[in-house]
Design a protein. Structure first.
Length: 445
């Protein structure tokens, strides 16, 4: 044998289980019944030889790429997978040129763009003329809200389909198929695994089929192999899973969804939900000072004078976190969140300012009444500044009937205290003062 003769080449490594188990037929596809069920939108697309351009919007592992493959197979279209993370406009031009060749041969091309939201506006616009002239059928996949991440012209040429996370029982069905499939799955390894443990794997996956199959494959790799196969236990699953990764992408839609849920739980007086969403934010890596500042705003906007202590608690929590930091800084933040959620609510102060600001836009800068103006000079006094001003502390109850608003707005009310919490006392006090100031001075004495 020649010393330089090459060794027999090793067989290529098997693709990951999630890729091997990608559904080949619609019957194998799990979930998204609102799209693929009988009489639903995609049921007609699968029967069409010329499918429309589509944007699949949904969480990871919900079937976006698989649907693209299945539609291409059903419609006998040439399928080209394209990653927006790794490619640019130059690659688009090359693929479009290839698509024209396929078109001349009588075949349509589905250009499937994964992570299409990664393309900027110019890159997305590069698809437009080729969709218009029928050179390509565009199918994009995105985990981000297309309303924010995909350009208007491209959206107008594509149908947006929203995918949902898979339910636990659907993920379990996929896992059972992977354990029994001898050709593509793990069926040749004779793995025993009870239904409850498969349910735990599915729970960890949080509706992501790819994550579930990867976790199953990693768990099996840790399982001691015997002569008659292996018995998968919770120990291997939990070792493979390690710490649960909290799904949260700062700056993206999920960030705003979780923040919105947190604030609305505070406003809805649900301390349990509030502390849950607080934990979701902090465990996912949200900046704690951002959360603290949001609670300071909330304390004034939504609690207000119904519980003036709320603002003090929120500010104290912000200052406490600044002094303590993590890992213990979550404690004052949780303190503030549960206090604010449990406090009586009023947005009367917030609405008072908004109403006054709107009236200023309508009426402009009305002149300050003369008796309220400052008069530091003789000239100003001669002009009548501060003349007739009544000093409230010189009158019974430290209040006095006097005009404080501009002439045009006399009688206007902006602040309307509610009957909630301490604001009830404020309402009674204002009513008492207004009633007293309506009386002549000699009757009030």
């Amino acid at each position: 044998m020649d010393l330089f003769a090459s060794e027999p080449s090793a067989p290529p490594p098997r693709p990951p289980l999630a890729e091997r188990m990608r559904p080949r037929t619609l019957e194998e596809f799990e979930g998204q019944e609102h799209l693929v069920g009988e009489g639903k939108f995609l049921s007609a697309v699968f029967k069409s030889e010329c499918p429309p351009s589509l944007i699949f919007w949904g969480p990871p592992g919900s079937g976006k790429t698989t649907l693209g493959h299945l539609i291409a197979r059903a419609s006998r279209c040439h399928f080209v997978f394209f990653s927006a993370v790794l490619s640019g406009v130059k690659d688009v031009r090359e693929l479009v040129a290839e698509a024209r060749v396929w078109r001349e041969r009588g075949e349509r091309t589905i250009l499937f763009v994964d992570e299409i939201h990664r393309f900027n506006r110019v890159q997305q616009d590069a698809f437009l003329p080729h969709i218009e002239d029928g050179t390509i059928i565009l199918m994009g996949a995105t985990t981000e809200n297309p309303s924010f991440e995909v350009t208007g012209p491209l959206l107008s040429r594509c149908k947006v389909l929203t995918l949902k996370p898979l339910r636990v029982e659907q993920v379990v069905s996929l896992l059972r198929r992977a354990l029994s499939d001898r050709e593509r799955g793990l069926g040749d390894q004779q793995i025993e695994c009870d239904q409850a443990l498969l349910g735990e794997v599915a729970e960890w996956a949080e509706g992501d089929a790819r994550r579930a199959l990867n976790l199953l494959e990693q768990s099996v790799a840790l399982c001691p192999q015997g002569r008659d196969g292996c018995v998968l236990t919770a120990r291997e699953v939990r070792e493979a899973a390690q710490h649960r990764v909290v799904l949260f992408d700062k700056g993206r839609e999920e960030h705003y969804n979780v923040i919105s849920a947190f604030i609305k739980s505070l406003r809805g007086s649900d301390p349990d939900a509030a502390v849950y969403w607080l934990a979701r934010l902090l465990e996912a890596g949200e900046a704690p000072m951002f959360v603290a500042r949001r609670m300071v705003i909330f304390a004034s906007e939504d609690v207000g004078n119904a519980d003036p202590q709320g603002l003090l608690v929120a500010v104290a929590a912000l200052q406490a976190f600044h002094a303590v930091g993590m890992p213990e800084g979550w404690i004052p933040l949780s303190h503030a969140a549960t206090y604010l959620a449990s406090a009586p609510k009023s947005n009367a102060s917030y609405l008072a300012y908004r109403t006054a600001a709107a009236q200023i836009q309508e009426t402009g800068t009305l002149p300050v009444p003369l008796h309220l103006r400052n008069a530091p000079t003789k000239l100003m006094k001669a002009e009548g500044y501060a003349e007739g001003y009544r000093y409230p502390h010189n009158f019974p109850g430290h209040t006095v009937a006097q005009q404080y608003l501009p002439d045009r707005l006399v009688g206007q009310r902006y602040y309307d205290p509610t009957e909630e919490g301490y604001e009830r006392e404020i309402r009674r006090r204002l009513e008492k003062w207004r009633e007293a100031t309506d009386k002549p001075d000699d009757e009030r004495a």
